[in-house]
Design a binder for this molecule. Structure first.
Ligand code: URA
Length: 319
């Protein structure tokens, strides 16, 4: 399969901006949390340019310095950005204890571990992005970024213009009022209304709950657009890598959005490494990255997918 190798942004920042502390670099390589990295460093398992280093605070340039764990060089995972046309019945999760199909069953050929950017309900079909670029995923799912997601909806009954207007203005859900949405009636059959809705939030089951707030139900839900990405041309159950241009365009702040990717990054930096570390630890303990971490604790094999057996949902939201 063709990957997004060519799409990976080059880090052209000056050396002083690329440098990170050793524990952070190891963690960024995806091997484990900074806490774990510090323990490996303390145990004398880490070398930089062939020299054993026992201080996690050493400044390292990941593009230049050669970092090794237990004598094996570590490298950052290649960035992947995929677009999947999720079929009905597939769970947006890594592994289902009940053995139901998951989106990972559709990702044969993808070597790196990628996580879903937001999630779609089991019965929802349509576009789902997957990546191993945490910053990108956070940007797309953040309500502040206002990346529009468009859904085609078949409602269980005919909806009046007044009801569609309620969706446009926002309805009150158990977790608060929804932001204004763009709603277009596509057509009415004898019994059903088909309409398109574009939202910029990504709350859990948001579209279904919005329609339920009108006293109707969603019979069919298809995500047909994420930002500038369209479903046309992608076969159901198949995925493709995003092009460099698509990634760049998605990263551009939408009109009226609350922040840019860079601002989010800076805020992330300010929020403090400790908090981020704790968050990552929780995710790793719960999810597939736990396997990556375990891999770091035993002799490494080549060609590992980095996937684990634990079920995970990166977020409890639809996006
Ligand atoms: N809104 C929903 O209700 N479900 C989805 O899967 C996505 C958006």
């Amino acid at each position: 399969m063709r990957t997004s190798r060519d799409n990976q942004p080059r880090d052209n920042r000056p050396e002083e901006n690329r440098k990170r502390t050793l524990d952070r670099v190891i963690s960024k390589f995806g091997l484990g949390s900074r806490t774990e990295a510090r323990s490996w460093i303390g145990a004398g398992r880490v070398t930089v340019n062939g020299k054993k280093i026992q201080s996690p605070d050493l400044w390292v340039d990941p593009d230049v310095d050669k970092v090794a764990l237990d004598g094996r060089p570590i490298t950052a995972s290649e960035k992947q950005y995929l677009l999947l046309y999720k079929p009905k019945g597939y769970l947006t999760t890594y592994k289902d204890p009940e053995g139901r199909p998951t989106i990972y069953d559709l990702l044969g050929g993808v070597k790196e571990f990628v996580f879903p950017v937001g999630r779609l309900d089991q019965d929802t079909t349509g576009l789902l992005m997957l990546t191993n670029d945490g910053g990108f995923g956070d940007y797309i799912t953040s309500p502040e970024s206002k990346v529009p997601k468009t859904y085609l909806v078949k409602s269980s009954q005919l909806l009046s213009e007044d009801q569609l207007e309620q969706l446009r203005r926002g309805v009150t859900l158990s977790d608060g009022p929804t932001a204004p949405a763009v709603v277009k009636r596509i057509r009415d059959s004898q019994k059903y209304t088909f309409f398109e809705i574009t939202i910029t939030e990504g709350r859990n089951r948001q579209v279904r709950r919005m329609v339920e707030a009108l006293g109707a139900k969603v019979l069919k839900l298809v995500r047909v657009r994420i930002g500038t990405l369209e479903i046309a041309g992608l076969e159901i159950g198949k995925y493709r890598p995003l092009t460099a241009e698509e990634i760049r365009t998605l990263r551009k702040p939408s009109r009226g959005s609350g922040h840019s990717d860079r601002r989010a990054d800076r805020r992330g930096d300010r929020r403090g490494d400790q908090e981020k570390d704790q968050q990552r630890d929780r995710q790793q303990d719960a999810g597939p990255r736990a396997k990556v971490r375990r891999e770091a604790e035993r002799p490494r094999r080549s060609g590992s997918s980095g996937r684990g057996a634990n079920e995970t949902r990166r977020r409890g939201r639809n996006d």
